[in-house]
Design a protein around this ligand. Structure first.
Ligand code: LIP
Length: 271
């Protein structure tokens, strides 16, 4: 008789924990943002910033997880990194869209994913300024608050509204801008929201037809990619590749293949 919880029971527990953690962090970030919020540190460049709230949010989340799920591993954007012993790893972006949060712009999120034996099984993205929480359990669909989330039906390529983002290193941004320059006249328009997690959830709920970006970290896309996939999107990178820092793409079938082919041809997967 195994004392291991059945997969469905475990996933339900992981979802409940992720929802509570995201809700607590989101409320803290929304209600506790200092008027004089500044930059506490920088990372890959002078514009790759960390605020005191990024650090505090990650601590709030990791303390909560340690209490509710002792023994799980954790990987967080601001340095949390523990192996764990349960086969469950939490992948956390305590503020996705940090620059938006720093500037008091609304599109930032708390992104929390749970991986079991390396596979993402639960994803939660909290967007407090939108009053929305996006969630998915592997194989059980995606939701925004309590409503099912579904992608838009794929439009013709030239009518697609495509989200993307740009990195923090100037040379990479220059190449990314060139890819965008080639794309813009071929589609309806592009949008640059500033939070990959929200962009992926916007694909899931039909507020974007597609999204792509090069240079994401695992915590940027782990939860949002599952939510988009469970809402009916295809996700990937270069042809035959999974989403990764090399390239992450999400779009409904029909549009996904066209966008993937365009991006591969244009070299969107390299600097
Ligand atoms: C951000 C991503 C966004 C990307 C930004 C940045 P952060 O994550 O969500 O899509 O374009 O450059 O990487 O740094 O706010 O957690």
């Amino acid at each position: 008789m195994t004392d291991q919880p059945q997969p469905q029971a475990l996933r339900a527990e992981l979802l409940a924990v992720a929802l509570e953690a995201a809700q607590r962090a989101g409320t803290f970030l929304r209600d506790g943002r200092p008027e004089d919020l500044g930059v506490a540190a920088t990372k890959s460049s002078a514009v790759d910033v960390v605020t005191e709230m990024d650090i505090a949010s990650e601590k709030l989340i990791t303390d909560f997880l340690a209490d509710r799920r002792p023994g799980d591993g954790v990987l967080g954007e601001e340095g949390a990194s523990t192996e764990g012993t349960t086969g469950v790893q939490w992948v956390i972006d305590p503020i996705d869209g940090t620059v938006n949060y720093l500037y008091g712009r609304p599109d930032w999120s708390v992104s929390i994913a749970a991986r079991k034996d390396g596979e993402t099984v639960v994803g939660v993205v909290g967007a407090p300024m939108r009053g929305e929480t996006y969630r998915a359990v592997l194989g059980e669909g995606a939701y925004v608050n309590d409503r099912p989330a579904r992608t838009r039906t794929a439009p013709p390529f030239e009518q697609a509204l495509v989200g993307t983002g740009f990195g923090y290193i100037a040379a990479r941004r220059a190449h990314q801008a060139e890819i965008a320059r080639q794309l813009i006249p071929r589609v309806r328009d592009i949008r640059r929201g500033g939070s990959a997690a929200i962009d992926l959830c916007d694909v899931a709920v039909g507020r974007l037809d597609a999204y792509y970006e090069r240079g994401l970290n695992p915590w940027d896309f782990a939860a949002g990619e599952l939510i988009a996939r469970e809402a009916g999107a295809l996700t990937g990178g270069r042809p035959g590749q999974a989403p990764s820092g090399e390239l992450t793409i999400a779009a409904p079938p029909g549009l996904f293949e066209q966008l993937q082919g365009f991006l591969d041809e244009q070299g969107a997967w390299h600097d």
